[in-house]
Design a protein around this ligand. Structure first.
Ligand SMILES: Nc1ncnc2c1ncn2[C@@H]1O[C@H](COP(=O)(O)OP(=O)(O)OP(=O)(O)O)[C@@H](O)[C@H]1O
Length: 305
């Protein structure tokens, strides 16, 4: 039995001669939040539409709960909730009435479904208040409540924090985290804001022009943008030996140009440079660097940082 709830293998999608997705492969584990990040037009919505069955790939395979037959995908998608594009909310109705409409359309029989999802998203006390009088954060939570009606194990949320103010973002972020932690849902959410998603997702899938550029964990991303020292010298091999054996750190990365990014000693530069000089290492570059998420992302997609 595979440990992955969802696997996409080499999914490609062409619209006539335009390649919207090219060999996109991802594997999602239960209970984790995945952030699909890419600029407008990167292919995020196209990918989510394929996963949810709203569109078909030109090539590639999708596995849900370890299976890929059309029948298995059909039943797997019953365990999936999705909010792609704006949720269809009727402004003149209360949250509960909106949910009732969607429940009927989805053919869900569970009598308590509306109350259950209202409790989960924290809208149980809105009573008769009409949806048009909700804050944007509340509307978005109602949109997520609609996706939860069928009790899904997987959630696809396309740009769920787009257009929200900071308090709306915080509300939705907290809800998404709770769905993963408390209810063990596997969540794929898209955004073009790495900084916003940084606080929500466990794993990041960075896409550009229909291709995955990088997948990395939250910790790895933090490491990438961490404050570090950039050191270049005449003997990179020796520098690594000194760092390991005399300064007892492995917390560095050798760069393709043989310079070293060192994540320790950022506050003990004197001690470090003294030690390197004692070992007769001639330093040619010695600077503190700190990347921002924005510059990291732009650098990755080949933009200006
Ligand atoms: N039905 C379609 N026919 C032709 N081209 C399409 C179609 N749907 C999407 N595209 C193109 O595919 C590319 C990817 O679009 P997609 O909507 O998936 O991007 P996105 O990453 O979700 O961006 P956005 O945040 O702007 O929605 C875009 O260049 C878009 O113009």
């Amino acid at each position: 039995m595979t440990k992955y709830i969802l696997e996409a293998k080499n999914i490609s999608k062409a619209y006539n001669s335009f390649q919207a997705l090219e060999n996109v492969s991802i594997s999602l584990e239960k209970g984790k939040i995945y952030g699909l990040i890419g600029q407008n037009g990167a292919g995020k919505t196209t990918f989510m539409r394929i996963i949810t069955g709203l569109s078909f790939p030109t090539s590639g395979e999708l596995y849900l709960f370890g299976q890929s037959s059309p029948k298995a995908l059909l039943s797997g998608r019953k365990q999936m909730g999705s909010m792609i594009e704006n949720p269809s909310i009727l402004g003149h109705m209360s949250a509960k009435d909106n949910l009732r409409v969607h429940k009927t359309m989805k053919g869900i029989k569970d009598e308590n479904a509306e109350q259950r999802v209202l409790d989960i998203v924290g809208l149980a006390s809105t009573g008769k208040k009409k949806a048009k009088d909700f804050s944007l954060g509340m509307r978005q939570r109602l949109g997520i409540a609609i996706t939860l009606l069928g009790n899904p194990e997987i959630l696809m949320l396309d740009e769920p924090i787009n257009g929200l103010d900071p308090s709306g973002i915080a509300e939705v972020r907290q809800l998404i985290k709770e769905l993963a932690m408390k209810y063990q849902m596997t969540i794929l959410l898209s955004s073009h804001h790495l900084a916003e998603l940084h606080q929500t997702a466990d794993e990041f899938i960075i896409v550009n022009e229909g291709k995955i550029l990088k997948t990395l964990s939250h910790d790895k991303l933090d490491q990438q943008i961490d404050k570090h020292l950039l050191i270049a010298c005449n003997e990179p091999e020796k520098l690594q030996k000194v760092l390991r054996e005399s300064l007892h750190t492995e917390n560095f990365i050798l760069q393709p140009d043989q310079s070293i990014k060192l994540y320790d000693f950022t506050d003990k530069k004197e001690e470090l440079s003294k030690s390197l000089i004692e070992h007769d290492i001639i330093i040619t570059t010695f600077t503190t660097q700190e990347e921002t998420l924005e510059s990291y992302y732009l650098q990755l997609i080949g933009g200006v940082s």
